[in-house]
Design a protein around this ligand. Structure first.
Ligand SMILES: [Zn+2]
Length: 396
């Protein structure tokens, strides 16, 4: 360990100050070097030198730089460079999705592909092709991708790049290192692995309804039902990273067997397939089945209406139990729950009021508007935030 004041120490301080200056620019677009010095307490000379380094990382640019590269008026301020971004990808049970999120948090390109049946190689073959197409379009638009994130519906170990278990994909201890590398070769920061519901919960915080709540439980409705907990605007993943798995909270003790090995989990009554099956809906693809379900609901078909009401009822039971346990009073519902909101809301509300009056008020229930982009936006957003927290990693 270098002693205080030694070269290592100086480097640490400089790394930290880079992040501090970058944070100022992120918080106050078009801020000037003088304003940054005033707000951070750093000297003008240090700020100037740190800004030069940040300009070198490409994360920041002078505001008002004309398209032909001619400099704007000096002192016109600094902004994040929206031509830097991260790739976000999602593997779900029935679809694959890839998109690009830029430094300002905007989605710049997005493609979805129906997932074919098959093992890891088939899935990653298709995902790679999709990623190549999206990354190619980003490159053509002049966006440089710093790294990426991949979200999967299962329990993951991001450090060892392993999917520990993803019952709905049929994966157990799946090693993804090679596949993650191939997804975005040559990016400075590489691709990290995350849980789909955790990533979607973060996407709500940054790009959706979450910022107005601060503390909430996010529930993703897909074939599986996932969950993510946000406390004080931070993801709470628990000691081993798997907290918030509301899909496997038991709501029917004598219910159906669940993919997790248990019985009567929320997923067995409120997951997408559970709803289709209770509604008597069939179809070749999930999109076909969802379209048929929506049609049945619009025409008031009793089986469909009952199936969705039942899902809302049990979703409410699981939500009040979870809300009591962790003391949150807001929930955000994504995936098919968002698509079915008009039909699911009444039974859900009734359930919330019956089992825990007043705990989750009507304005504490929000439905996601991010659709199939939620998980990939969270995965890409996390990668971008890591880059912003440690801009020095981009130098070399
Ligand atoms: Zn289960």
């Amino acid at each position: 360990m270098p002693a205080d004041g030694g070269p290592g120490r100086v480097q640490d301080v400089r790394r930290q100050n880079l992040a501090v200056v970058l944070d100022s620019i992120q918080r106050t677009p078009r801020t000037t070097r003088a304003e940054i010095a005033a707000s951070t307490g750093l000297t003008k000379a240090s700020v100037s030198s740190l800004v030069t380094v940040l300009l070198d990382t490409g994360l920041v640019e002078e505001a008002g730089v004309a398209r032909d590269g001619e400099r704007g008026r000096p002192g016109s301020g600094l902004v994040l460079n929206r031509q830097r971004g991260a790739l976000g990808a999602e593997i779900n049970v029935d679809y694959l999705a890839v998109g690009v999120v830029d430094a300002l948090g905007e989605l710049r390109g997005h493609k979805v592909l129906e997932r074919r049946p098959g093992g890891l190689d088939v899935v990653f073959g298709d995902l790679q092709e999709l990623a190549r197409a999206v990354a190619g379009e980003a490159k053509a638009a002049g966006i440089e991708l710093l790294g990426g994130g991949l979200a999967v519906p299962g329990l993951v170990d991001p450090t060892r790049k392993l999917v520990l278990t993803a019952p709905n994909l049929g994966w157990q201890d799946a090693a993804l290192e090679r596949h993650l590398e191939a997804l975005l070769p040559d990016s400075p920061l590489g691709v990290v692995l995350s849980n789909e519901a955790n990533s979607a919960a973060l996407a709500e915080l940054w790009y959706g309804h979450g910022s107005s709540f601060g503390d909430y439980l996010y529930v993703s409705g897909e074939v599986g039902v996932g969950g993510g907990l946000i406390f004080e605007s931070q993801l709470f993943a628990g000691p081993r990273g798997h907290a918030g798995e509301i899909g496997h909270v038991v709501v029917q003790p004598d219910g159906l067997k669940c993919g997790c090995g248990g019985r009567g989990c929320l997923e067995t009554v409120a997951g997408q397939d559970a709803v289709f099956s209770a509604a008597g809906i069939q179809g070749a693809t999930t999109a076909d089945r969802m379209a048929a379900l929506m049609h049945a609901l619009r025409t008031g078909a009793p089986d469909a209406v009952r199936a969705v009401e039942r899902a809302g009822h049990f979703l409410g039971i699981a939500l009040v139990s979870a809300a009591r346990m962790v003391n949150v009073s807001a929930v955000i519902l994504g995936g098919h729950f968002a698509g079915l909101q008009n039909w699911i809301r009444p039974s859900l509300r009734q359930s919330l009021e019956t089992y825990a009056p007043g705990l989750v008020p009507p304005d504490g229930v929000a439905f996601s508007e991010l659709g199939q982009t939620a998980a990939l936006r969270g995965a890409a957003g996390s990668r971008l935030r890591e880059a912003f927290a440690s801009p020095a990693d981009l130098l070399n």
